[in-house]
Design a protein around this ligand. Sequence first.
Ligand code: CA
Ligand code: CA
Ligand code: CA
Ligand code: CA
Length: 525
Amino acid sequence: MFGMIRVGITFVCALMISVTLAVGTAAAKNWNTNSSDQNLNKSATFNPLNPKKRNAGDQVPVSSNLPLSDMMLAKDHPFISGRDATNNSRAYNNRTAFYETRWRENYDDFPFYEILCRVVFEADWVGLNNLEEIKSYLRDNRCTEANLKDDRYFLSDMIQSGVRVDIDGDGVRDLLVFLYGWQVKNPLRMVAFKFKWETKPESLDSPIERLFRPEEVFADAKYPKVQNARFVSTADFNEDGKVDIFFSDGGYDHKPFAIYPSKLFLSSNDGYVVEDLTIPLKIHGSAVGDFNSDGHFDIYLGKTISRIQDWNDRTDENPTLLMGDGRGSFHKANEFLSILAKSKSSEVQFSEFLDVDGDGYLDLIIGGQCGKQSYIFWNDGKGKYNNENKAIIPLDYVKWGNPKCGDFYNTITQVFMLNDEETNKVYFGTTSSKHYKGNRISLFELNGRNLGKNLEPFPDAEDAGFAYKMDYDGQLSGSRLGIFDFFFKKTIYKYDSSKRKFLKVGLDNRNHEFKFPRDKIMAKK
Ligand SMILES: [Ca+2]
Ligand SMILES: [Ca+2]
Ligand SMILES: [Ca+2]
Ligand SMILES: [Ca+2]
């Protein structure tokens, strides 16, 4: 019964694709097109299920006078064994930025209110247009509340995501914060904080030392504008051993629906050089990994909108695969994508490169929305994905009737792998939402390329927010998940091998409890 219906849905999709393909090729005009000789050296594959993390307690602040050229070294993550970007053998094969990003997008030391307070009182370049109003609100609340709301401004929107990179080469990863919020005719600009120390789980002392001046971080001595960095990836795109950053810009989600280019921050001896990777496009669901195992990181761009007046009045474009040349340039390579992965009708809201079947080649996960199915496309070993070689991720889809968007938990917000050492079983996991409402953890036992049924989906109605950000709480195997809400409060789940499900361990509100010098910050002009 379900099999027949599934065939029916696939057939409808195929029909839609044949119509949309003809008109959907205009989006990717403006990529850098330098191509290079492909270096096809083979080397050891990275096993994401066997990572090692150094003890956070071992890390102490060190001061040094490293030259500027040592900034942002990728080698400050020795726990990712075999993946050191400064390794002479350059073992890039099959690398995904997924795990690196997970580590660098770490929100365990993310002092939410201090960031907010410093953004408003100290970071005058950010570009808030109703600054006095916001200041007086924050003053009244001692910088400890975030619910100011006028007709189009919401403080909690402002702090959207962060990346931890050692900016000044002192051995302690600092924090770049990507802000979200529409201000007159511009998005906000970023902020970057110098950190004093890293993860000390018991401490509530603020990890922030001060704001970086823009010339300490960016080559052009300006903080870049950023509208919507919901999907951030870190990887060494120009292969100089230093961490680079890519974010796809999701634009502004309310009128006037402004759209902006997606950006690369490429390392240089003068700090990050900011480049537009795309023309202004509203992009959702990007992923980074070396899909064709040539040693260079590549980028997949999911749902793409080139023009939007309103949700019902917009021009969608097809997703794009960009092949990297290892020097920070990319060219379009959609011939490697399956038809579904390069069709706007798939409504790709989430994507990830991950070696799900463990054959050493990165598979491509695309997550649809509103009843569109989500898939894993298996890499054929040559970087090619096709519609015949895939698995449907068995979430709840529209099976009958005419349900509305958001009736089922089928909008993927995060994916992960779980290696259950007790039973030696491997699982593919997802968190999914009802179109960004609610959160459900799903687990599918992996048997080669077969996905088992959804094990004990948990929880349903209990958690109102969706999984905005996720970490592995120190264990990349995914046996302990930390799921962050919009305010970066964390809910921790632990996998119970005997029950084969995740159990909620508790809440971690530390990001709201950090002590910081409010009076000193608020005294600034
Ligand atoms: Ca530092
Ligand atoms: Ca680099
Ligand atoms: Ca590549
Ligand atoms: Ca694979």
